[in-house]
Design a protein around this ligand. Sequence first.
Ligand code: SF4
Length: 320
Amino acid sequence: MHRALALYSGGLDSLLSIIIVKQQGIDVIALKFLTGFTSPLKESDLKYSCQFGFEIKEIDIKEKFIEVLKNPEYGYGKNLNPCIDCKILMLREAKERLSEYNASFVITGEVLSQRPMSQKREFLTLIENKATLKGLILRPLSAKLLNPTKPEQEGVINREMLYDICGRTRKPQLDLAKKFGIEKPPQPAGGCLLTDPGFCKKVKDLMEHNELTVKNIELLKTGRHFRISEKCKAIAGRDEKENQVLLSNYHGTFIYPCDFKGPVVFLAGECSDKDIDMAASICVYYSKRKTLEVIIKTGSQEKRKTYDAITHDRIVKYRL
Ligand code: SF4
């Protein structure tokens, strides 16, 4: 049996491309790349893998992705998404695994002209060349509009059973989802945080302060973030769950109200006394009090002090 590796984001387009190829009797292993900005495996992924009979392998490329993000050869999309370089990286990683998984080609859910840059015809070709996978990337949703790939030329894949979807419309994909029995179709792509302007503001701050690390990127997903000095950020939990995430996963200085009715504020980086004072006043602000006694805890050391809430204007100024 022939086998293909699929770039799998968990979005509808990559799922459809897998089903289309599976229908031709090809075994598919889905590669789910963990960049730090895409979601890890979800329950729905496991459900689809059972329903349509494909295996999913998670591949951690977070460290490599940071290097791409810092300096993408082909620049960023609308936000901080370096889509062309990201695709090249993922395809190179897939290529390295072809022999390990005894697979002969790669499939993607890309749709011609769906995205302004990375899915233009010339960029699909460029990505293919850069990944050194010429003729070995099958894009089942748009294949009939593209040059025949090697698996098509060699009769492994029947081109007639592929599609000619183009552009930003979602209707053909939703029709296919219905035809294939996909209940509640997922979003087109896997939900990359680098397409979210609010999240990108926080990523940009890390880049500007030379703090772009896997751990710091993970921390961006919890709480409200404030750049309070060049070397220090304050992160305030938005609810009890986030307070617990901060307390259990990070080490350093924490500030929280003595009566625990308010946020935990974590100080990330090197904090001065001035930073602690500001973080404490942020804690009072989000406790919805004008004045409050808080606990400042570093390791096993604790002290209590009363602070006034920071003003709204300063919250706006420091919030990322
Ligand atoms: S949206 Fe994110 S995951 Fe998708 S190609 Fe662009 S950078 Fe990569």
